[in-house]
Design a protein around this ligand. Structure first.
Ligand code: 13P
Length: 245
C-alpha cells in the first residue's frame, strides 16, 4: 500500500498584494509550528506575490504553487509564465485547468494537457483541476464530463507525479460543499480511471474549518484545494491542522 501524504493547498486566486502576503505569513507561520510533518502545506499566490513569498517561506514547511503555467520556456506569449520562471522562485506545484480560466478564457482540455506536461517535464507537480457544472450534474452528465477532463488532461503524464483536484463548479465560492460521501465517490472513480493507487486527489469547493475533518476522513480524498477560507491565516491554519478521525 502506497503512502499518499495529505496535500493542503490554498489558492489565493486574485487576492493579496505583496505587503498583505507578508503580513499573512507572519500570522500563519506560528500557527503551523506543530503541524504533523507528513502534511504538505501549499500556497498558490498571484504571480506578483511569488517572489515575496519565496523569501517569507524560506526554511519553513510551506511550499509554493503557481496558479497557471505555460508550455513553452519563453517566447511571444503575452500574459503567460513559463516553468523556468517559476522554478527560479522555488515554486513546486502549478495549478492547471482551474474552472475559472476554463470559463473566462475558454481553456481547452488540450491546452490544459500541454500546460501539465510541460510543468511535469520541468519538475513541477501539476495540480490538474476537473469538475462539472450544476447543469451537467442535473442532466446526469457529471461522470462523463469529469472522465473526459481526466483522460484528456492527464494524457501522457506520469500519475505518480501529479495531483488531480476534483472541484465541482457548483461548490466553488458558493458555500455549498459537495457531500463528503459524494466527493469521495467521484475521487474513487477518478483513481480508478487513472489506474494508480499513488495518485493524490484533492477535493475543492467551499472547504472550510467546519467541514475539513470530515472531508479528510474519506478514503479517497488525500487533500484539499481551498479558495476563500485560505485567505485568512487562522482559518487556513485550522484547515491545515485538520483532526484525524
Ligand atoms: P472556494 O474554497 O472559495 O469555494 O474555492 C475553491 C477553489 O476554487 C479552489 O481552487
Amino acid at each position: 500500500m502506497s503512502v499518499r501524504n495529505p496535500v493542503i493547498a490554498g489558492n489565493w486566486k486574485m487576492h493579496m498584494t505583496c505587503s498583505e502576503a507578508k503580513a499573512y505569513m507572519s500570522s500563519f507561520l506560528p500557527l503551523i509550528a506543530n503541524t504533523p510533518s507528513d502534511r504538505h502545506i501549499v500556497i498558490a499566490p498571484p504571480f506578483t506575490a511569488i517572489s515575496t513569498l519565496a523569501q517569507s517561506i524560506e526554511g519553513t514547511e510551506v511550499e509554493l504553487s503557481s496558479q497557471n503555467v505555460h508550455w513553452e520556456d519563453q517566447g511571444a506569449f503575452t500574459a503567460e509564465t513559463s516553468p523556468k520562471m517559476l522554478l527560479e522562485h522555488s515554486v513546486k506545484y502549478a495549478i492547471v485547468g482551474h474552472s475559472e480560466p476554463r470559463k473566462y478564457f475558454s481553456e481547452s482540455d488540450e491546452q490544459i494537457n500541454r500546460r501539465a506536461r510541460s510543468a511535469q517535464s520541468n519538475g513541477l507537480i501539476p495540480i490538474v483541476c476537473v469538475g462539472e457544472t450544476n447543469e451537467q450534474r442535473e442532466r446526469g452528465e457529471a461522470e462523463r464530463v469529469i472522465r473526459r477532463q481526466v483522460e484528456q488532461g492527464l494524457e501522457g503524464l506520469d500519475p505518480d507525479k501529479i495531483i488531480v483536484a476534483y472541484e465541482p463548479i457548483w461548490a466553488i465560492g458558493t458555500g455549498k460543499t459537495c457531500e463528503s460521501a459524494e466527493a469521495n465517490r467521484i475521487c474513487a472513480l477518478i483513481r480508478n480511471w487513472v489506474g494508480s493507487e499513488n495518485l493524490i486527489i484533492q477535493y475543492g469547493g467551499s472547504v472550510k474549518a467546519q467541514n475539513i475533518d470530515e472531508l479528510m476522513s474519506m478514503s479517497d480524498i488525500d487533500g484539499v484545494l481551498v479558495g476563500g477560507a485560505s485567505l485568512e491565516a487562522n482559518s487556513f491554519a485550522r484547515i491545515v491542522n485538520f483532526e484525524k478521525s
